[in-house]
Design a protein around this ligand. Structure first.
Ligand code: WTA
Length: 649
């Protein structure tokens, strides 16, 4: 796996500008892992508490007793921390710059306006009967109201669960039903890349025939003014809801361990998991990582080009930057519309200093040579970030040279929905950079590598990535299923959190994430479970069996290769293939659209009937010369036929 290493050393001049010297960094890191209690006792002060905490860390990863609590006797409100506490000094400062899909459309929302909008909407939610502890689903495009909705929930103590706007009605219904949401907040339509897409339509379908019995209302934000169906007893326009409410709304007093949000994510098996984050630890961690990892400074313009439907949007568009009183840019569109130069043009227009985006976007731009850099100077940039999937060294260098003009350090940040915030990353002008390496653990994070038997590995080596002790941003449980939480993350390797990722540690102690070691795919930075896609496939009447694997893809990182066995008597032709592709798009999401659909009468199975994915992965990746042991297969001839007809030539 080792590749030639491109090292970018921190120059002496750059070191002068760093927030921390190498020595300070080392000292702080050592304290953070040797004495987490006193380290986080101090760091917890970066946010405002209604009642101060006495107890800092109270956590156990022990089998059957996993229990994670931070700052447990403190009380606070996340919305107060992201909004109210900035009013005195930053009331007129821009909290959110909204850049529309069309370059002609933009908006700037001050902290004062944010306070008013969020408070009004919070009062609107109360009017509809939403109270502390209730769950609220949010299915919104990238408009400021998505952030208002999240913050309004936090203000009144309701637990939001944002559902990515690309998900299907079925996926919406599953998520609503799992957390028994009382209300859903949506929009008429969203806009992306010059087109509109329906959102309320999908919600209508999800709620049809009493499919989601816990939902009492759907609140609809008017974004495009497109036509929608209306059910007067259920549907409420956002603007009508807030027309006659006060813009004063006391933030609810929340315990540090009260839930802040649930975010569904894909696992290697079964239905999506409702990852639960609580209030105090999450906010401390999101705010601290945002400040240190991006070297955030008071007057910076900060842009995280993610979607609020994913954890990156939660922690680094909304909660982290707003807790720090930052100006956060929210982008409705896509990097390639109206032209390939859009990202740089947005940077110039708003004088962005910090840009945080995903390798898949970088690779899409890179595939057009340096056209993406031709229409802008990007002179305002100071720090770059990457997140969501491994960044290959070529894409890293391209990002560094073409977007950052070879003068902005790149923070390759490894983390997960479950970790709440960034876990492994360099810090700007503190750590030397290596193209493709996430380098060092953040403060308080103690990574380890273990072999498949759980034996801890030392020195330069490769293995399964675990985290040895708790950090404040860690997920506390899976909604309604603590047993699954323990099973998924704490049973593979005892007393450690298992990430599901593999990693290599080099001679300098720097980490290189090699990707998932379980059945989770990462397609264009979107996390998808193979089991989820398979269950949609086998629900199609023409399909008897399905196996889904990933394969290396130049732009998407991973593509989706689907093996399907037809029902007896079914002829698998092009029309059926197209139908199955549409089926997956509609039943799950366009992000899950298969790249290849390979029909086969049989799939390679062990004698006990287990599908051998290892072999299917190799065939999809065109590595069929090296299939490993096939002797345990019930019918080895299936493999020859699959190779002969493989689609990824
Ligand atoms: C992958 C996104 C390599 C990893 C924040 C992880 C990465 C999964 C990186 C989590 C990175 C994320 N380098 N791989 N810098 N960042 N990943 O939950 O496989 O959507 O387990 O959280 O993305 O995806 P999730």
């Amino acid at each position: 796996m080792s590749q030639p290493t491109h090292i970018h050393k921190v120059s002496n001049e750059a070191k002068q500008q760093a927030r921390l010297s190498e020595e300070q960094y080392q000292r702080m890191y050592a304290e953070s892992v040797n004495d987490p209690d006193s380290f986080w006792r101090e760091q917890g002060q970066r946010i405002d508490w209604f009642t101060p905490y006495n107890r800092v860390k109270n956590t156990s990863f022990a089998p059957g007793k996993v229990d994670i609590k931070w700052f447990e006797d403190g009380t606070l409100n996340a919305c107060y921390n992201c909004v109210d506490r900035h009013l005195a000094e930053r009331g007129d400062k821009t909290a959110i710059i909204w850049e529309g899909d069309s370059p002609e459309v933009q908006d700037e929302i001050s902290y004062r306006t944010l306070h008013k909008e969020v408070s009004r909407f919070a009062n609107g939610l109360k009017k509809l009967g939403v109270a502390k502890g209730d769950r609220v689903a949010i299915y919104m495009p990238m408009v400021p109201q998505a952030a208002y909705a999240m913050l309004a929930c936090a203000r009144i103590g309701a637990v939001h669960s944002v559902i990515f706007a690309g998900f299907s009605p079925k996926a919406i219904a599953d998520r609503i039903n799992d957390c028994e949401a009382k209300l859903i907040i949506t929009a008429d339509e969203g806009r992306r890349g010059g087109k509109t897409f329906g959102l309320k339509d999908n919600v209508d379908e999800a709620l049809a025939d009493n499919r989601c019995p816990t939902i009492t209302h759907s609140v609809v934000c008017q974004v495009t003014d497109g036509e929608v169906n209306w059910q007067p007893e259920r549907d409420v326009w956002w603007h009508e809801l807030v027309a006659d409410v006060s813009h004063e709304c006391q933030p609810e007093v929340m315990n540090a361990e009260d839930p802040l949000f649930i975010l569904y994510t894909s696992g290697s098996t079964g239905k999506p998991k409702g990852v639960l984050h609580t209030t105090g630890g999450y906010l401390v961690y999101a705010s601290m990582t945002h400040e240190y990892v991006f070297d955030y400074r008071e007057d910076d313009i900060y842009w995280c080009a993610a979607d609020v439907g994913w954890i990156t949007g939660h922690s680094y568009i909304v909660y982290g930057p707003l807790a720090n009183g930052a100006t956060t840019l929210m982008f409705e569109g896509v990097p390639t519309y109206p032209g390939i130069g859009r990202i740089g043009e947005v940077v110039d227009k708003h004088q962005v200093n910090i840009l945080y985006t995903a390798p898949t976007a970088i690779r899409a731009l890179m595939s057009k040579g340096d056209a993406a850099a031709k229409t802008s100077s990007r002179d305002s940039l100071r720090v770059l970030g990457s997140v969501g999937e491994p960044i290959n060294p070529e894409a890293w260098e391209w990002y560094y040279e073409k977007i950052g003009n070879s003068r902005c350090p790149i923070m390759d940040t490894w983390w997960q929905t479950e970790t709440g915030g960034i876990m492994i990353t360099p810090l700007p002008n503190v750590n030397d950079l290596k193209a493709g390496s996430a380098t060092r653990p953040f403060f308080g994070v103690e990574p380890g590598l273990v072999d498949n038997d759980g034996k801890s590995l030392t020195g330069a080596t490769e293995g399964n990535l675990v985290i040895k002790q708790s950090w404040p941003g860690q997920a506390r449980t899976l909604w309604g299923d603590h047993e699954r939480f323990e099973q998924t993350y704490f049973s593979t390797y005892k007393n450690q959190y298992f990430t599901g990722d593999g990693a290599r540690r080099d001679d300098d102690g720097d980490y290189w994430i090699t990707g998932r070691v379980d059945d989770v795919l990462n397609v264009s930075g979107h996390r998808l479970g193979t089991a989820e896609i398979e269950s949609v496939l086998v629900a199609h009447k023409a399909i008897s069996e399905a196996a889904v694997v990933g394969f290396p893809h130049d732009v998407k990182g991973q593509g989706i290769y689907v093996y399907v066995a037809p029902m007896t008597g079914v002829t698998a032709d092009e029309a059926l293939t197209a139908e199955v592709r549409e089926w997956v798009r509609n039943e799950l999401s366009p992000i899950a659209t298969p790249d290849f659909i390979h029909w086969s009468e049989g799939l390679p199975k062990t004698r006990s009937g287990k599908i051998m994915r290892r072999i299917l992965r190799k065939i999809a990746a065109n590595e069929h010369d090296n299939l490993g042991d096939t002797s345990t297969l019930a019918d080895p001839s299936v493999v020859d036929s699959l190779i002969k007809h493989r689609l990824n030539k």
